[in-house]
Design a protein around this ligand. Structure first.
Ligand code: FES
Length: 156
């Protein structure tokens, strides 16, 4: 089956199997910034944005995404020009092994677009479905608080 989506701002058509998840489609086509952890909707590693809302791509059947706008971590900064949320994670040393970070950043960015000045409790709630196997949660919360100020200055 063909799937038509807008991926990171570009209209694309992908071939897919009916049994594919969005995560399968992304990774098979080189969008490997989106990570596969549990593959059952429990870790948040595979978080992307679908029509502006955070979503777990591992439990999203491709048949349900036709016509949607998908954003992955590749839509944010580049190595030389980081997105404000990425910058804040680096500057706050919020990365350890890094495997959870694309999902954390996509979820954090969605939160900050919706709520530019979240409380610590709101950040913790927003990230409650995103696990960090290195347990580096405190620095991640610091990074999101820092990112809130940077998003205000630099936009989304
Ligand atoms: Fe999708 Fe864990 S890989 S939630």
């Amino acid at each position: 089956m063909d799937i038509d989506i807008t991926l990171n701002g570009t209209e694309r058509t992908f071939e897919a199997q009916r049994s594919d998840s969005l995560l399968d489609l992304l990774r098979r086509n080189g969008y490997t910034g989106t990570k596969r952890g549990c593959d059952t909707g429990n870790c948040g590693f595979c978080t992307v944005a679908i029509d502006g809302e955070p979503a777990l791509s591992c439990v999203k059947p491709v048949a349900t995404i036709d016509g949607t706008e998908i954003e992955t971590i590749e839509s944010l900064g580049t190595q030389d020009d980081l997105h404000p949320v990425q910058e804040a994670f680096v500057d706050n040393a919020a990365l350890q092994c890094g495997f959870c970070i694309p999902g954390m950043i996509m979820r954090s960015r969605s939160l900050l677009v919706e709520n530019p000045d979240p409380t610590e409790k709101e950040i913790r709630e927003a990230l409650s479905g995103n696990l960090c196997r290195c347990t580096g949660y405190e620095k991640i919360i610091d990074a999101v608080q820092d990112a809130a100020g940077r998003m205000g200055e630099e936009g989304v």
